[in-house]
Design a protein around this ligand. Structure first.
Ligand code: HAS
Ligand code: CU
Length: 556
């Protein structure tokens, strides 16, 4: 392993690979820029400052805006960013080029075609079905074709990573897979299992219905297919951030990865446990028997553990870093964590807010409490701490070294970038706190509250708080894009000013990590068996009772 680590220092990403990663970032960040704009519009609407009438000639409704927000941010930005980031972690981690670059290119351009195909009907208000596109709402067929192409494109990029890994493995028998590549592979494999649900949903039901080939859909079965994918989707977003928190952030903070074994164990547990939990999104669905909801609730508590392992291991790594930097006392090390580095600060804030997002997640997973918060504004409060902060703010932090690295520039405006991280943190605390409380007070999610006739007085201060949080987040988003644009449009910098790719060394030689933590077969078998146990009987029952009788609806 020592040999690979020295190599790591020497390997330089070839210019072509940097460009290819850059293309991913370009599309991902354009999606984020457009998608994010609609967030504040929603928040302002809740506060009673409805700007939708002003943009009406372009965007017809709150729901069209909400669809753009969810699809572009949660589905498109994430997928492009993640496949691009993994191109870096795979090749730099394994110290080699992609085995078949053409495979990854085909996958990437298929995602681009898919993005355009799905975006057109959304922009034309022909697919205002939100990012969960529940049946029997029916979008224009092109929306489903586009999403399918994005998913299949991401699979193909995944295959490109597997070929690369297999080629590396052949040349490096017995060597532990370098962690950042390992984590990326596990994430992609998990994603391929996970997306089978939505693939079946679209190809057997939504698309044929939209094309008029079948009379209608079965909404209950469609929801089951959707959440088969929809829950693990959240770990597809989260695990790349974990790859960075375990494998990169400790180095940036001045330390080492506390335990390579625990990091790998957490990743394997996510592979095994991410998929078989989808019914925790369907606790109120009458067509799912209570016993199966119970099974999925228990498994949801199980997937809490790898995140607890992560909290422990990442914080231990950070504590080590803080002490290396001269921190003393029980908490003194926290102040020594390179807070002035915007990439570090962004990821630390992301982790801190994720502690609260995780508590909310466990609240959601508790069946009887879920009945209180389900379909209320609490849920978007939760998802903005998780995907909206733990993931997005981490990805923003990552771009603060990644974009300069791949473009050969110096990060423009470190102070501005630092302000960006702080404003996201503060704005999100205000925003998500308001959303959580509003949810407990009974405010429904996905509702233009300013137009609702039933709003009690006690909601109003929280609605205004939502708007204030949204305004701060808008400022933060603008700062982010200013930093990004100023950085990539600047002149090339001297090599010494261009950030390196941070890869954290483990405290103990990874070769000492037990071999079973670097072996695929048992984990793949466990994953498949658990999915069959948790979903098999219900899928058989729901498919054999399927009734394609709900005609497609256009509710917008
Ligand atoms: Fe969730 C709904 C349960 C995690 C996203 N979730 C959602 C929705 C989204 C979402 C988008 O059981 C809405 C879907 C929709 O539109 O309907 N969620 C959970 C549970 C977890 C969880 C149990 N969710 C996530 C993550 C997401 C995400 C991660 C995105 C990335 N969620 C639910 C449930 C629902 C739900 C129900 C359905 C609600 C309903 O009724 O509709 C767990 O995985 C959480 C575990 C997390 C932890 C936290 C560990 C903390 C760490 C931070 C360490 C700190 C550091 C900083 C590094 C245990 C790792 C240190 C800093 C220093 C300065 C020292
Ligand atoms: Cu979930």
């Amino acid at each position: 392993m020592q040999a690979t680590q020295t190599l790591q220092a020497k390997y330089e990403l070839p210019a072509g690979d940097k460009r290819f990663i850059g293309w991913h970032m370009l599309f991902g960040l354009i999606a984020l820029a457009i998608g994010t704009l609609f967030g504040p519009l929603q928040a302002f609407e809740h506060a009673g400052w409805d700007l939708y009438p002003i943009i009406r000639p372009l965007f017809r409704s709150y729901y069209q805006g909400l669809t753009l927000h969810g699809v572009l941010n949660a589905l498109v930005y994430t997928t492009f960013f993640i496949t691009g980031f993994f191109t870096l972690t795979m090749t730099y981690g394994l110290q080699r080029r992609l085995r078949f670059p053409v495979v990854n290119k085909v996958g990437f351009w298929m995602m681009v075609v898919g993005l355009v195909t799905a975006a057109i009907p959304i922009l034309l208000d022909e697919a205002t079905v939100l990012y969960t596109f529940y049946a029997p709402m029916e979008a224009n067929w092109a929306f489903y074709v586009g999403l399918t192409l994005v998913v299949v494109g991401s699979w193909i990029e995944g295959f490109g990573f597997y070929f690369t890994y297999m080629a590396w493995r052949k040349q490096n028998p017995g060597i532990r897979t370098p962690f950042i590549a390992f984590g990326s592979l596990v994430t992609m494999v998990m994603w391929q299992f996970a997306t089978l649900g939505v693939a079946v949903e679209i190809l057997t039901m939504l698309l044929p219905a939209a094309l008029g080939l079948i009379p209608g859909t079965d909404p209950q079965l469609a929801r089951t297919y959707f959440w088969f994918t929809g829950h693990p989707l959240v770990y597809f977003w989260l695990l790349p951030a974990y790859v960075s928190w375990y494998g990169m952030l400790p180095k940036q903070a001045g330390g080492k990865l506390f335990s390579d074994s625990l990091a790998r164990l957490a990743m394997w547990l996510f592979l095994v446990l991410s998929v078989p939990l989808g019914f925790h999104h369907q606790f109120v669905d009458p067509g799912v028997p209570t016993a199966w909801k119970y099974v999925h609730a228990v498994l949801t508590y199980a997937v809490f553990f790898p995140s607890m392992i992560t909290a422990f291991t990442v914080i231990a790594s950070l504590e080590y870093a803080g002490r290396q930097n001269g921190g003393k006392g029980i908490l003194g090390w926290i102040t020594k964590l390179h807070w002035s580095d915007p990439s570090v600060a962004a990821q630390l804030f992301a982790g801190i807010l994720f502690l609260f997002g995780g508590i909310g997640g466990i609240t959601n997973a508790s069946y009887n409490i879920n009945l209180v918060i389900h379909n209320t504004v609490w849920v978007p409060g939760h998802l903005h701490l998780t995907v909206g902060t733990a993931v997005t703010l981490s990805f923003m932090g990552i771009t603060y070294w990644l974009l300069p690295h791949i473009t050969g520039r110096k990060l423009w405006g470190r102070k501005v970038a630092l302000w960006q991280a702080w404003t996201w943190f503060i704005g999100m605390i205000i925003f998500s706190n308001a959303m959580h409380v509003l949810g407990l007070l009974g405010a429904p999610r996905r509702t233009p509250l300013a137009q609702a006739p039933y709003v009690p007085a006690e909601w109003i201060p929280r609605q205004i708080q939502t708007g204030v949080g949204g305004a701060i987040l808008l400022v933060s988003a603008i700062l982010y894009f200013v930093v990004v644009l100023k950085t990539v449009l600047a002149k090339r910098a001297a090599p010494a000013d261009v950030p390196e790719i941070p890869v954290a060394e483990a405290m103990r030689d990874p070769q000492l990590t037990p071999a079973w933590l670097d072996r695929w077969a048992p984990w793949l078998v466990a994953t498949i068996v658990l999915i069959i146990i948790a979903y098999g009987p219900q899928l058989i029952a729901q498919i054999s009772g399927m009734q394609l009788t709900s005609p497609g609806m256009r509710v917008w």
